[in-house]
Ligand binder design. Structure first.
Ligand code: SF4
Ligand code: SF4
Length: 409
């Protein structure tokens, strides 16, 4: 069935009709709710695939589990807050819905300063800008667009979570990426239309002593770039490093591992001191997805795994190659899967058709050969059709030593 998503929403949603539901709860869902109130649009509820979000009201509104939504609302008008419109609409369409809206118009004149949000105002501004860009690109099929790029600057981590989805638990000789990574970023940026956010990640990116230079190097090429540094709160950034981000769109995303995040409070204080936007979030809701083994699935089964995967557009840059997800990036880096040129694009290959190769990877609709080695990474493991992992797991359990695996050399 063809999916139709409306980018003009206000006049239709103000009309009487089926109940209005906000789909998924990223930070911007709060702004969408506020905007609906401003326009006199009554929201009946929200829905999300993550069961942990069902316990409480969200900004005073009831949250439903997406797969169960038809039980409560056989008909609904759905405003998709999730950055990937197509992915959300496909799931909802399979549940029998056909009336979808992007919040683009609702958020067009949204004044962040008028409201107090659950995240900092700066963070909300950035999230809205990124989601808007992502939705605009959906309506403009002519562009090659990356909502985010994970710039993996190290495979070292100060923690060793045994179920790390980025596979850090397998590294025996973890190492930093040098500033050459900036060259790879520019090759990629020259061959796509837009990258909304650069996510500097590891392992723990602050393990790489060059991390702040890399962040500044990304922005040096274009002051409008947005950078998010993903940290686990174990290492406090130095004052001079934070000071060097003044006037730049640098944001922090801090995962709170409780006692393991031993420097999280001082990090938060420093970020406040330098007026750097951040979001602190507990490490929770982990879906087991870190096993590596050949499954010998049929093409149809791998297609289902890929379609159900919530990480397939976490484009990752590692060792000069572009990957569709962190699993493939690190499995290749570890030689834990056979080297297959269809799994990535080598940005330094000087291939005359580099742009087309990148487009193919970004617009992949079936699956990558590496997906057969992955247990799958569904949003909701309880409803996944093909998934070989353990389901929801306790986050942040530490591995006493690196986990062994079969190497392909
Ligand atoms: S903190 Fe844990 S989950 Fe995060 S990168 Fe390190 S090992 Fe992986
Ligand atoms: S290997 Fe395939 S299924 Fe696994 S995380 Fe990557 S894209 Fe998703």
């Amino acid at each position: 069935m063809e999916i139709n998503i409306n980018n003009k929403s206000i006049s239709s949603l103000k009309e009487p009709g089926a109940p209005i539901i906000i789909v998924t709860l990223p930070e911007i869902a709060e702004a969408i709710l506020n905007a609906c109130k401003e326009y006199g649009i009554e929201v009946a509820g929200c829905c999300d695939n993550e069961t942990r979000k069902l316990d409480d009201l969200y900004c005073g509104v009831k949250v439903y589990h997406t797969p169960s939504l038809p039980k409560y609302f056989p008909k609904a008008r759905l405003i998709i807050a999730y950055h990937n419109l197509q992915e959300s609409a496909e799931q909802l369409s399979a549940l029998g819905y056909d009336e979808f809206y992007s919040p683009l118009e609702l958020l067009k004149n949204y004044d962040v300063k008028k409201y107090q949000h659950r995240v900092t105002q700066l963070f909300m501004e950035t999230r809205i800008a990124v989601t808007n860009k992502s939705h605009e690109s959906y309506f403009d099929k002519s562009i090659t667009y990356l909502r985010s790029l994970d710039v993996q600057i190290t495979t070292k981590c100060s923690l060793k979570c045994q179920s790390c989805s980025n596979l850090m638990q397998y590294y025996t000789s973890a190492k930093n990426t040098d500033t050459e990574i900036l060259k790879s970023i520019e090759i990629l940026a020259d061959n796509v239309d837009d990258i909304s956010e650069y996510r500097v990640i590891g392992g723990e990116p602050l393990m790489n002593k060059d991390w702040a230079n890399i962040v500044n190097g990304i922005i040096e090429k274009d002051i409008k770039r947005k950078v998010f540094v993903f940290t686990n709160g174990t290492i406090k950034p130095k004052d001079e490093q934070l000071e060097s981000f003044h006037g730049k769109d640098v944001n922090f995303y801090i995962t709170d591992y409780g006692n393991l995040s031993r420097n999280i409070d001082v990090t938060e204080e420093s970020l406040k001191k330098y007026n750097i936007s951040y979001f602190r979030k507990p490490a929770d809701n982990w879906v087991d997805c870190s096993g590596i083994k050949k499954h010998n699935r049929t093409a149809k089964e791998n297609e289902i795994v890929f379609n159900e995967c919530c990480a397939k557009q976490l484009y990752t840059l590692l060792s000069g190659k572009l990957f569709s997800c962190p699993f493939i990036a690190n499995a290749v880096e570890l030689n834990a899967i056979p080297n297959n040129r269809f799994d990535y694009v080598d940005l330094h290959s000087n291939a005359p058709d580099l742009k087309q190769k990148i487009e193919r990877l970004v617009n992949m609709k079936s699956f990558f050969p590496a997906c057969d080695y992955c247990v799958g990474r569904p949003k909701d493991p309880t409803t996944a059709k093909v998934y070989d992992g353990k389901g929801m797991i306790e986050p942040g359990i530490q591995a006493p030593k690196p986990i062994s695996y079969k190497e392909f050399i």
